[in-house]
Design a protein around this ligand. Structure first.
Ligand SMILES: O=P(O)(O)O[C@H]1O[C@H](CO)[C@@H](O)[C@H]1O
Ligand code: HPA
Length: 282
């Protein structure tokens, strides 16, 4: 197992900070097709992942693989334009690395976004879901291994992973901005992937209370909570999962990216507005 010590990650964080002027307090991870949020960042300073020793490289279409530093609504931020997933062959520890690096760069609040399939039949393609909880069905956990208490405790709680105040703020901003009907609150589940779910898997997680499903986010949130970050999560519903046996339609990544292209505008506006109202001196 490839592992990174606290000192290794401190070194990576210091190297990155030595290359940029920005000192971000907020980190944003952009999901499949959601990287356009980077266009809203001003005074941009860009570092491709392949210029950061040890960093995992994004291999999936729709994930550019760049760190974008700058200001969003006058807040200093760093965006991960593209994430990495366990199904790409990276260990959960490697998936943890960017989040821990952010922590040691001084990030206190982490926004995670993703593209997800709608399990909840009331969700339409293009809707958004503020994540209130998750179900880890991936079988992986980035905290497996020796625990370094400087990151966090051996047994971190996960019952209030998604900050309640930020969830409320997101829903009230959506109302103010006139698109409350597009924004729901719900439970995200992660399976390992890379295959899309079977009909039976979708039916099972529906019974379990899952509203949207994907192949990411959960490891990042576990690591972020372990090291004491405040977390906000949002899914863009890019497709409705197939819940009927022998249906002709099938899930595909092209549809996911297409919906991202067409519908990520509201997600970007909502995130920018939340960022604008954040008090990052907490
Ligand atoms: O979760 P993000 O990175 O947004 O990507 C989602 O989209 C891909 C499938 O189309 C999977 O990687 C799934 O996890
Ligand atoms: O239907 C889906 N399943 C899993 N991951 C996804 N990411 C976007 N849509 C989906």
């Amino acid at each position: 197992m490839e592992s990174f010590t606290y000192e290794d990650i401190q070194q990576i964080a210091n190297d990155i900070l030595s290359k940029v002027k920005c000192r971000p307090k907020l980190g944003i991870i952009c999901g499949s097709g959601l990287g356009k949020l980077a266009d809203m960042v001003e005074d941009r300073e860009v570092i491709p992942y392949n210029e950061i020793p040890g960093f995992p490289i994004s291999t999936v279409p729709g994930h550019a693989g760049k760190l974008i530093f700058g200001t969003l609504r006058n807040k200093s931020v760093v965006l991960m334009q593209g994430r990495v997933h366990c199904y790409e062959g990276y260990s959960p520890q490697k998936i943890a690395l960017p989040v821990r690096t952010m922590k040691l760069m001084g990030i206190k609040v982490l926004f995670v976004t993703n593209a997800a399939g709608g399990i909840n039949r009331n969700f339409n393609v293009g809707d958004m879901m503020v994540i209130k909880d998750h179900l880890n069905l991936s079988g992986v956990n980035p905290l497996v291994g020796i625990n370094d208490e400087r990151f966090g405790p051996r047994f971190p709680p996960m019952s209030r992973a998604y900050d309640i105040e930020l969830r409320k703020l997101a829903l009230s901003i959506a109302k103010e901005m006139g698109f409350a009907d597009l924004v729901h609150e719900g439970v995200y589940s992660m399976m390992l992937g890379p295959n899309f779910e079977t009909v039976t898997e979708c039916r099972l997680i529906s019974i379990a209370g899952v509203d949207a499903t994907g192949m990411s986010t959960v490891p990042e949130v576990i690591v972020a909570k372990h090291c004491g970050m405040t977390v906000f999560g949002m899914s863009l519903i890019t497709n409705k999962v197939i819940m009927e046996y022998d249906q002709d339609a099938t899930a595909n990544h092209e549809e996911v990216l297409e919906t991202g292209e067409k519908s990520s505008r509201y997600t970007q506006q909502l995130i920018a507005e939340i960022v604008g109202r954040l008090d990052l001196d907490i």
